[in-house]
Design a binder for this molecule. Structure first.
Ligand code: EPZ
Length: 418
């Protein structure tokens, strides 16, 4: 595949940013570079159901939550998008009450939210779980010293948003360091919050009396950018990604370099600008693809959301690669589909042993989750013959216009039904 591609706004940044607008007692928030995704539609419906006024035009949302009165996140919406849990912190912080459906598990794991709940209880919230709902109350949350047993992305985001209106200071230890958390902290600060340390393992938030609406721009999606980098490698292509957040992709680009996929920044590149998209050229080296071992880790380690995509690439590399999935307990469903396409992969617990093969062959496959669906499409692009992937709705949760962008790069791909 050859040509240019533009990356959309980051889903995992846009979702907490929209949730954060619940904290604004006055004013409107204007969020730009919002991706056109199913999950964004879901969180908009969630906030409108609470009484928020939302105007949407192209990639921009104007949100006023002054009139919010219904602090509920119903099961019907939460079951379609676990990230709905992100309204829990803001609702308790601003309204002192919340009734949010337990998100339940998903294909990749049990996805508990115990660390979210424990942190909120440490801040003085009274929380009980009944009939599948988290029911919380708090006169006013109090600052607390919170240490996460495990690094949790949305847990860190939820507690940041709870702490910005709490009485006193909150310290989050073992906080997640993802760039999306920095994007959220920048927005909260524009709303009037007092936050330090975002992007490190210790975030300190000093509560204020109230917050007001602000403007922000969603960072480019580092996982979409990473997916197109793998697409270039697997198709022996030469792609220009117009706006890759390269500084936020260090662990991926290091691995791709070792495998034999070169990423060349086309403008001056600043390591510390994690949220900035820059033009990069991605090309596979003539020497072909080398195997190597990959272990998913919390940021800045190798992202679990790129595991299925890199596995697809390594399925065609010379030699044997070992992939360890340390974040989620069941994130290898794409293996069984890749095996049907001729990949030589063995799974033992949270480890997959990938022996490279010359070629994959097209086959009917089934998507199981968002990133697996992207990985299977990349496999189909590299395979001999036709691949038909069912349950394409998984893809639409996190990739906007994916098949159109691939087709513009020369791929032979089409959507046959919703
Ligand atoms: C976020 O999920 C992302 N979603 C995921 O992206 C991503 O894969 C994940 O972080 C890891 O990077 C959003 O940001 C909306 P975690 P999150 O809490 O926050 C355990 C995608 O494809 N844990 O960091 O739900 C948990 O079971 C999605 O875009 C607890 O035990 O993930 C997991 O093993 C998929 N208790 C580990 O921590 C808790 O209270 C990391 O989960 C919370 C988490």
């Amino acid at each position: 595949m050859t040509g240019e591609v533009v990356i959309g706004g980051a889903k995992n940044s846009a979702l907490p940013l929209v949730a954060a607008t619940l904290l604004a007692e006055t004013g409107r928030s204007r969020l730009e570079n919002i991706p056109n995704l199913r999950d964004i539609n879901t969180i908009i419906r969630l906030l409108e159901g609470m009484g928020a006024e939302i105007e949407r035009s192209d990639g921009e949302l104007q949100i006023s939550t002054a009139a919010v009165s219904n602090c509920q996140a119903p099961y019907e919406l939460v079951k379609t998008m676990r990230a709905s849990i992100l309204v829990l912190g803001p609702l308790l912080a601003r309204f002192g009450e919340a009734r949010v459906s337990l998100p339940g598990g998903c294909a990749i794991g049990a996805r508990p939210v115990n660390l979210h709940i424990r942190g909120l209880e440490q801040m003085g919230a009274e929380i009980r779980v009944e009939h599948g709902y988290i029911i919380g109350r708090a006169k006013r949350l109090k600052g607390a010293d919170i240490s996460f047993d495990m690094t949790t992305v949305t847990g860190t985001e939820n507690l940041m948003m709870a702490a910005v209106l709490a009485e006193g200071t909150t310290c989050l230890h073992n906080a997640a360091r993802e760039p999306e958390i920095i994007d959220l902290a920048v927005f909260l600060r524009k709303m009037g919050a007092v936050i330090e340390g975002e992007g490190t393992q210790t975030i300190v938030i000093t509560g204020v009396e109230k917050l007001s609406g602000a403007d922000c721009q969603v960072m480019p999606d580092r996982i979409e950018a990473g997916t197109f980098m793998v697409a270039a490698g697997i198709s022996d292509g030469d792609i220009i990604i117009k706006n890759a957040p390269l500084a936020a992709l260090g662990s991926l680009t290091a691995k791709l370099h070792e495998i034999g996929v070169e990423i060349e920044p086309l403008v001056e590149f600043h390591e510390d600008e994690l949220l900035t998209g820059i033009p990069v050229r991605v090309k596979r080296q003539a020497s072909g693809l080398n195997s190597l071992d990959v272990k998913t880790m919390p940021y800045p380690g190798f992202p679990t959301d790129m595991q299925a995509q890199i596995m697809t690439l390594l399925a065609l590399a010379r030699g044997t690669s070992v992939i360890s999935e340390t974040i989620f307990e069941n994130r290898f469903m794409h293996v069984f589909e890749l095996q049907r396409m001729g990949a030589d992969i063995e799974v033992e617990g949270r480890t997959a042993v990938v022996r490279g093969v010359e070629k994959l062959s097209g086959a009917p496959v089934m998507a199981s989750d968002l990133r697996a669906s992207a990985g299977l499409i990349l496999a189909g692009l590299a395979a001999d013959g036709e691949t038909v992937m069912s349950r394409v709705y998984h893809l639409d949760r996190g990739y906007s216009g994916f098949e159109h962008k691939l087709k513009a790069l020369g791929a032979d791909i089409k959507r046959i039904k919703e």
